[in-house]
Design a protein around this ligand. Structure first.
Ligand SMILES: [Zn+2]
Length: 235
């Protein structure tokens, strides 16, 4: 494997390969920018690696789809009067008010203090998201028979949500830009992960039971993701 190429092409996948004498098995990773890397033990041949990649193809595609949902380039926003920002599936225009004021949504306008920017808006999404999502997740948790011990709204890179086995759920603040039905899908998805930590058939059955026709939500989320506002400061 000494002359192994830096990038191996398997089907339509480009995989950046590095060799590590410490590894006993091939490790495949889908990075945040939706690139795929492999760390392989020295004795693995190109054909063997290709075989591993083939076997893991469905998993890789699933991961890549997840990363790409939130990972694409999106139009930059300006912090000037009239600029639109999505909230619960609708667009709200900015009204610039006196400097130093906290962001608030009032009479159909999003008020931003002069000189304010991404940081202030992200803080607002997190603040409103915290109370909105805590209310919203309760009936879903009840219906699915899971206990949520905490909910935080924060930047999560290119993921919509995450959770830990002790019942803590994290939701990306950018989720608050989605229509409520799609937010429900994000919540149900994380709640189902409290019961199943993988994306197995059993996991999707749990999602389906709570949210019949969830595939439609998943598809809409995939299409909507790239239109959301995700500034550098909020990732
Ligand atoms: Zn998941």
């Amino acid at each position: 494997m000494n002359d192994f190429p830096g990038v191996l092409r398997v089907g339509d996948l480009d995989i950046a390969v590095s060799v590590s004498p410490r590894r006993k098995t091939v490790r495949l990773t889908v990075e945040r920018d939706a690139s795929v890397t492999a760390v392989v033990p020295p004795q693995v041949s190109e054909a063997e690696l290709a075989k591993v990649v083939e076997a893991k193809r469905p998993w890789l595609y699933g991961k890549l789809a997840e990363r790409r949902e939130l990972g694409q380039a999106r139009p930059a926003r300006q912090y000037v009067a009239g600029e639109g920002f999505p909230y619960l599936g609708r667009s709200y225009r900015l009204r610039i008010v006196e400097p130093g004021r906290e962001v608030r949504l009032i009479r159909g306008r999003l008020e931003l203090g002069r000189g304010g920017g991404a940081r202030d808006l992200v803080r607002w999404y997190r603040r409103v998201g915290e109370s909105w999502l805590k209310r919203r997740i309760r009936p879903w948790a009840q219906r699915m028979g899971v206990e949520v011990t905490g909910l935080r709204v924060l930047p999560l890179g290119y993921r919509w949500g995450s959770c830990s086995p002790d019942g803590k759920v994290n939701i990306h603040w950018a989720t608050m830009q989605l229509p409520p039905t799609l937010i429900d899908y994000v919540l149900v998805h994380e709640l189902a992960h409290l019961l199943r930590h993988d994306h197995s058939a059993e996991f999707w059955r749990l999602v389906e039971r709570a949210l019949p026709g969830y595939e439609d939500c998943r598809e809409r989320l995939r299409r909507l993701g790239p239109d959301l506002w995700l500034p550098e400061e909020g990732r």
